[in-house]
Design a protein around this ligand. Structure first.
Ligand code: ATP
Length: 594
């Protein structure tokens, strides 16, 4: 048994049970780990508002001085012109910094979202599409599109707001403290209190956001799934019942979203209340000191300082108000991480290039040897082949037969590395596990049992196998697969546009389009799973002629129930009783072999 395949085949140990708190902490850690993907944009988004805060102090100080000099000393406006120009410049500079911060936040968030989507997609591609417990496609697309989108607010707004809230109120308070101890103290004591109250109010926010993310995922998954099976639902008279199900799921999402919003509004209201109290406290203190009602200062309060305190009071609380406005973005992002990990497994940490490596360009037919080969169903519930052996020479044509559900498709999918196995597979000159992905895909062409026809023209669907193919090559492949036999009678010929899943085509026509893809390739091994299942006997023979002609100098393996197909192959093997046995096949008028 090869080590790598044995390792892959071993069942994964059960994940350690995590408490909700641990999961939440883990999600927060994952989230902060993604920060580095924002690069310098994120630093700019967090740094620009801090610089703006420093300029604000200078601006308020200068403005208070101007007003003080005009009112108290009746200063000439001309003498104050430089100071007024400075205030205007500071105003413009702060507006520019705010705009830069906003743009940088958006750029950082877009960079992070795009990298995360790329990583998740690469992770999804790296996993075998045949693995057990694959996420339903609706849920996977919801995770990659909608849940990743939910990270936007965290990086674009919450993180810059958090840095401002953590630094600016304390810095303002520390600056004001030596100027007026009471105002400084009021700021320094009330400012940190606000996040504490906010956290108390927002305690339920995470739970509500988690449930909202779950509801969104369920709705998306259900919707995408039912959309694909609309005809089946209609035929069984379940379409109306499904509409009711979708309405119920939408309603659930509405409730959960409103609950999140309620908490978001409540935490904002709490903050507004305390911020208003703080500002009112300063206004009261300055007013009462001016009218000589309060004597808490050792020196008289100047008009400039009083104005400065009044100007700064709302600014001390502003970063906290901003934080409150974006507080729920953090809970939403943590919930999104949780949902992504539930659907797609652990969040990957490294960027992976999705550009395929160039194949090495080797040619020639490929032989195949299986030894000590054991294959199980993906859930490991049943053994398909136990300690089997098989030797197929390069250039051979081989039929694999056996009862329905016995494991023919599974065997073909294992040879193209879509399934895990135990034992050794040698393809050509090297172990299957050692084949570089690009080489394997170039040298081995496989047509599955249910090939996908995408929305697009017939020609585009054939060209999927070789996007650079010329129109003449596509036509030749279409002729060999008997696609032109029906496409030429359509008004647009090969340019006829098909619906998703080959809508508008018969089963046999869709199968021929998929088969034409094989003729555009130059593989050393061709694996076909029931390639003629939907064709009549005459067409089956015509297609087989074309296939056998194309397979000259290549190895051809066909899984089939058709005796007529098996009879034209050089060798045949039957899967039975967990073994792979050489079997004679006689030419017969019967089409069914098992
Ligand atoms: N994801 C899965 N989880 C559990 N069992 C699976 C899974 N996929 C396939 N199987 C099982 O693996 C067995 C082999 O299936 P396979 O499609 O390879 O059979 P087959 O011989 O190609 O059948 P047919 O001739 O009907 O196409 C079946 O019994 C099937 O139920």
């Amino acid at each position: 048994m090869s080590n790598s395949s044995a390792r892959r085949a071993a069942p994964a140990p059960p994940p350690p049970v995590q408490s909700a708190k641990d999961t939440e902490r883990e999600n927060a850690r994952t989230l902060s780990g993604l920060r580095r993907l924002g690069g310098p944009w994120l630093w700019l988004a967090m740094g620009a508002p801090l610089l703006g805060g420093i300029l604000l102090v200078v601006q308020a100080w200068t403005l208070a001085a101007i007003v003080g000099e005009v009112i108290q000393q009746g200063a000439d406006i001309n003498a104050l012109t430089p100071a007024i120009v400075i205030v205007l410049i500071l105003l413009l500079a702060r507006a520019a910094l705010a705009a830069i911060g906003d743009r940088a936040g958006t750029a950082a968030s877009e960079a992070i979202k795009s990298s995360v989507r790329q990583m998740l997609f690469a992770q999804l591609l790296a996993r075998s599409p045949r693995a057990a417990r694959q996420p339903p496609s609706g849920a996977a697309s919801s995770a990659i599109i909608d849940q990743v989108e939910a990270l936007d607010g965290f990086f674009a707004r919450y993180m810059p707001a958090m840095v401002q809230a953590g630094f600016l109120p304390l810095a303002f308070g520390a600056f004001i403290l030596p100027l007026d101890w009471l105002a400084g103290l009021l700021f320094l004591v009330t400012a940190p209190l606000i996040p504490v109250f906010m956290a108390l109010v927002g305690w339920g926010a995470q739970h509500a956001s988690d449930r909202q993310a779950r509801a969104l995922s369920l709705l998306n998954g259900r919707f995408a799934d039912r959309l694909r099976g609309l005809t089946t639902l209609k035929l069984f008279g379940q379409a109306e019942a499904e509409i009711a199900g979708i309405v119920a799921a939408s309603d659930e999402l509405r409730h959960r979203t409103l609950r999140v919003l309620r908490i978001a509004f409540l935490s904002s209201a709490v903050l507004e209340f305390f911020a208003a109290l703080g500002v009112a406290g300063i206004a009261l203190y300055v007013g009462l000191t001016f009218i000589d009602f309060l004597h808490l200062r050792s020196t008289p309060l100047t008009l400039e300082l009083g104005l400065f305190l009044l100007l700064m009071a709302p600014e001390v609380y502003n970063p906290l108000r901003l934080l409150a406005a974006h507080y729920h973005d953090r809970a939403a992002a943590k919930a999104a991480i949780g949902e992504i990990e539930t659907q797609l497994g652990h969040m990957p940490t490294d960027l992976v290039s999705l550009a395929p490596a160039a194949p090495s360009g080797n040619a020639g037919a490929l032989g195949l040897t299986l030894s000590n080969f054991t294959l199980r169903t993906p859930d490991h519930a049943r053994i398909i082949l136990n300690n089997a052996s098989l030797n197929i020479a390069a250039g051979d044509t081989v039929a694999i037969v056996g009862q329905s559900g016995i494991g023919k498709s599974s065997l073909l999918e294992t040879i193209v590395r879509l399934r895990t196995h135990e034992g050794q597979i040698i393809l050509g000159e090297q172990a299957l596990a050692d084949w570089p992905e690009a080489d394997l895909r170039q040298r081995v062409a496989m047509l599955g049992q249910k090939p996908r026809v995408f929305a697009g023209s017939i020609a585009d669907n054939i060209a999927l196998a070789c996007p650079d193919a010329s129109a003449a090559d596509i036509r030749s492949a279409a002729e060999r697969a008997q696609v032109t036999a029906f496409a030429d009678s359509l008004p647009e010929g090969l340019d006829t546009v098909l619906g998703e899943g080959g809508l508008g085509l018969s089963g046999g026509q869709a199968q021929r389009i998929a088969l034409a893809r094989i003729f555009l390739r130059d593989p050393g091994m061709i694996l076909l799973d029931e390639p003629t299942a939907h064709l009549d006997a005459a067409l089956e023979q015509v297609v087989l002629d074309a296939l056998l002609a194309f397979a000259r100098g290549r190895t051809l393996i066909i899984a089939t129930h058709s005796l007529a197909v098996a009879a034209r192959m050089g060798h045949a093997y039957r899967i039975a009783g967990e073994s792979l046995l050489a079997t004679p096949v006689r030419a017969s008028s019967s089409r069914s072999v098992a």
